[in-house]
Ligand binder design. Structure first.
Ligand SMILES: [Zn+2]
Length: 411
């Protein structure tokens, strides 16, 4: 049941403004295109202005030139908890704009949907969080703790924004985070981990007619690939199927040989290389996988010491799992029921998000829950359902009021 106070705060959400602000933000393209001098800064400045306008303390931190994080803090009672709403300001490329039904940065509304790159992933979720805080501020209720909004750069790349945020200590006082990514307002309490590794086998270059004068790297790499297939099967056997995330995977994505120089039919290259895209489910760890990759290389090398292997981990993000009994999950669960009269739907995130970094590097309990169709991110004709956008805004209001508590009210 919603209390009178909650209903009062919810009534202060200006639904038209939520939609208008989402349009404004979508209309600021924030694809990272360094060759054209385009990045997140204009979108981040827009967010900063809104956070200031609603009365939050703000910080603007440049992670790389043109790529800032924006942080907003709304203080509640001293010594209380701190709830974070997390979002990213970057969007992926629109691809071939002529393929879009409506121009990708026009944010056109047709029926109950807003079309545009970033409407779904995830400018809608970010605006929902900002407007939730706005309603709380306008209500003059005093919360028992703080709300932090983190709008970071580069989620779609190497996540330098959230890494910087954690390194700067912003996550230290955060008790829980809601990651406002498009999940149809489902409660996603687990996320796959990811590990990208480059493995290079090095032999000795030779004439194709006289292969014995060199050492072919292709066969050792082929053996390594077979070993990775076995590793995948062993990991599936050991860890099984996760209820939301399915099974783990080890996928060779890029194969190269020669690694350097030109390919020629009669030249046996010295090196062969593979990039692996490994996806992890809770229970697996990147460190364990790395040691198994190394062991596979060592076993192949033991057959022919002339071959060397180099393993380079390009990225490692652990899988995350948040207990259903974590306060932030319980609060969202109840809020969803009270708001919609429906059972919340629990799920998992097949990719990783900024939340992965918050959880694995700073130990913050996370729930990924935001407006927008789950499957439409990065597609042509990306769209956002306006009802879900408003529903998320309300959900965030309730989550903040209930997670932090209300210490004073003056309505
Ligand atoms: Zn996203």
């Amino acid at each position: 049941m919603l209390t009178d106070l909650e209903n009062k705060v919810l009534s202060l959400i200006d639904e038209n403004q939520v939609i208008r602000w989402t349009q404004e933000l979508v209309r600021i393209p924030s694809v990272y295109r360094p060759e054209r001098g385009e990045a997140e800064e204009p979108a981040a400045r827009w967010v900063e202005s809104r956070l200031e306008e609603i009365g939050m303390d703000t910080a603007f931190e440049v992670v790389e030139p043109g790529r800032p994080n924006v942080i907003g803090l709304w203080r509640g009672a001293e010594g209380g908890k701190r709830l974070m709403f997390e979002g990213h300001t970057d969007v992926v490329t629109e691809g071939d704009a002529s393929q879009w039904t409506y121009p990708p940065f026009e944010a056109r509304i047709v029926g109950n949907k807003m079309y545009g790159r970033g409407a779904n992933d995830m400018k809608g979720g970010l605006v929902a969080a900002i407007c939730a805080v706005k309603a709380i501020v306008a209500s003059s209720v005093k919360l028992g703790g703080d709300i932090l909004i983190g709008a970071v750069c580069d989620e779609e790349g190497h996540m330098i924004g959230i890494k910087h945020f954690v390194e700067r200590g912003w996550a230290d006082d955060v008790d829980a985070a809601i990651i406002c990514e498009p999940e149809e307002n489902h409660l996603c309490i687990s996320q796959k981990g990811v590990m990208w590794a480059r493995v290079t086998a090095t032999g000795k270059m030779a004439h194709g007619a006289m292969p014995l004068t060199g050492v072919n790297a292709a066969y050792p790499l082929a053996e390594f690939l077979a070993a990775m297939r076995e590793l995948e099967a062993a990991q599936i056997a050991e860890h099984g199927q996760h209820e939301f995330l399915g099974q783990p995977s080890v996928t060779p994505t890029i194969l190269s040989s020669p690694v350097q120089g030109e390919a020629q039919n009669n030249v046996m290259p010295a090196q062969a290389e593979v990039v692996l895209d490994i996806r992890l489910i809770p229970g697996q760890s990147p460190e364990e996988i790395e040691s198994k990759i190394q062991a596979a290389c060592d076993a192949i090398r033991a057959q022919d010491e002339r071959v060397t292997f180099e393993v380079e981990v390009l990225e490692a993000r652990a899988p995350t799992a948040t207990d259903r009994n974590e306060p932030v999950v319980r609060v969202l669960d109840r809020a969803y029921r009270d708001l919609t009269g429906k059972e919340p739907i629990y799920g998992g995130v097949p990719g990783s998000t900024d939340g992965t970094i918050l959880n694995s590097r700073a130990g913050v309990p996370i729930v990924t829950c935001g407006p927008g169709d789950i499957y439409i991110p990065h597609h042509i004709d990306e769209w956002l359902g306006l009802d879900e956008l408003i529903e998320a805004t309300k959900l965030y209001v309730l989550a903040a009021m209930r997670f932090l508590g209300v210490v004073e009210q003056d309505l």
